[in-house]
Design a protein around this ligand. Structure first.
Ligand code: T4K
Length: 366
């Protein structure tokens, strides 16, 4: 085996020739952006693949969250999870809203629906849960709470392309879902994302917001910004989408390959997957102590293997951008969780090496 570095992920990429073929059309037309034919094709193909009506392609997953907040005209407090990537938090703040954290369930790693109501105040306007590592939140419980208190629900579904709940794409739950097509995601356009809603009215509004607030006649009818995806990025998405089913199945196979091998280790726990069908896009392991995590991480790093501490630290502790409020469960999990390499080109022999290093006998004595 060559001793190349093994990262937490690598983009799933179609053969270069297939991408170049699509780029030839871009060169011929000279249309590089402004919702050109390839962006429209990508939107149609993703919608068809995921079995849904509307997919609005945008320039990244963070802007997708901001667009959702803007489209729902939210001003006030948004209840969200402390166990997420900083983008969830930043998007809320950039739209002039206030994040209010609600702790997680330590097994599913999702926002705890039983704790949401105690966070609701007269200023609360929405709930923004995250489908962590593609694992579906309790969408029904969350919808019930939202209806009772007349709140909007935006799902940060950055990880959730390919996950389903009750045989429906997870992206179709909530008023709006915001997903990511970043290089590190199951389906990628290098940078990119998507806004999904089942409301045709909101769908039209999101399209206007993506394009400076223009309507089709190019009149500015509302405040918007630039959330457009380019034709060059869309071409990559179309090329990669051909391999989507293979990539999805491969992730699932590798997920269970790791899980079956690691399940016997007494110092490890796993994210509980109990609702719907996740996309197995990450493989997080939860150690009994942070010390053991650091030791395993260092052992792997010595072999040029680079798992990642997603999500560390819990974002409620980022006290240079938010006021700290303790979230004991999220903070504890954040210190003990490590995502192992998981991607299309990852070889079985590399997985065996990773498993051997983690299972090394001496860890049992730490
Ligand atoms: N909400 C949630 C819950 C999210 O997790 C994210 C993003 C967002 C919202 C916002 O979506 P975007 O605005 O990003 O679309 C990565 C990604 O940048 C980020 O998209 C993702 N979540 C986050 C969890 O992870 P890093 O800092 O880990 O990226 P980086 O550059 O360290 O990449 C990880 C590994 O992937 C590298 O070690 C090598 C490999 N890699 C990476 C890139 C960028 C490649 O092989 N090729 C590449 O081009 O953030």
């Amino acid at each position: 085996m060559e001793n190349n570095p093994i990262y937490v992920t690598q983009p799933s990429l179609a053969p270069l020739e297939e991408y170049v073929d699509l780029l030839k059309g871009v060169w011929d037309r000279g249309i590089l952006t402004h919702n050109g034919p390839l962006v429209q094709q990508l939107e149609k193909e993703i919608s068809k693949k995921l079995g849904m009506e509307n997919f609005i392609a945008v320039s990244n997953g963070t802007i997708a969250i901001q667009m959702a907040i803007k489209a729902l005209e939210l001003k006030g407090e948004i209840i969200t999870t402390p166990f997420t990537w900083v983008a969830t938090l930043s998007a809320i703040q950039w739209e002039g809203c206030v994040p209010v954290f609600c702790d997680i369930e330590p097994d599913t790693l999702s926002i705890d629906p039983l704790k949401i109501e105690e966070k609701i105040t007269e200023k609360t306007v929405a709930i923004m849960p995250v489908h962590v590592f593609g694992n579906p939140c309790d969408v029904e419980a969350i919808e019930k709470i939202a209806k009772k208190h007349q709140l909007k629900v935006i799902y940060d579904a950055a990880h959730a392309i390919g996950s389903t709940y009750k045989n429906k794409s997870l992206l179709e739950y909530g008023d709006i879902a915001a997903t990511s097509l970043h290089a590190t995601k199951l389906l990628n356009t290098a940078e990119g994302g998507g806004c999904i809603t089942t409301s045709s009215e909101l769908n039209e509004k999101l399209k206007r917001i993506r394009f400076f607030g223009h309507n089709d006649a190019k009149n500015i009818v509302e405040e918007g910004f630039n959330g457009k995806l380019t034709e060059v990025h869309a071409a990559l998405g179309i090329a990669n989408l051909k391999y989507y089913d293979e990539v999805l199945q491969d992730r699932k196979d590798k997920y269970f390959f790791y899980k079956n091998a690691l399940e016997k280790l007494p110092f490890l726990q796993f994210q509980t997957l109990k609702l719907g069908e996740p996309n197995y896009s990450y493989f997080p392991i939860i150690f009994d102590t942070e010390a053991r995590l650091l030791e395993v991480e260092s052992t792997l790093n010595k072999q040029k293997i680079y798992p990642r501490r997603y999500f560390y630290p819990a974002v409620n502790t980022l006290n240079n951008i938010v006021t700290y409020e303790p979230m004991p469960l999220a903070e504890d999990i954040a210190k003990r969780i490590l995502c192992l390499p998981l991607y299309w080109n990852l070889k079985k022999v590399e997985m065996h090496l990773i498993l051997d290093l983690i299972s090394k006998k001496e860890y049992n004595r730490v």
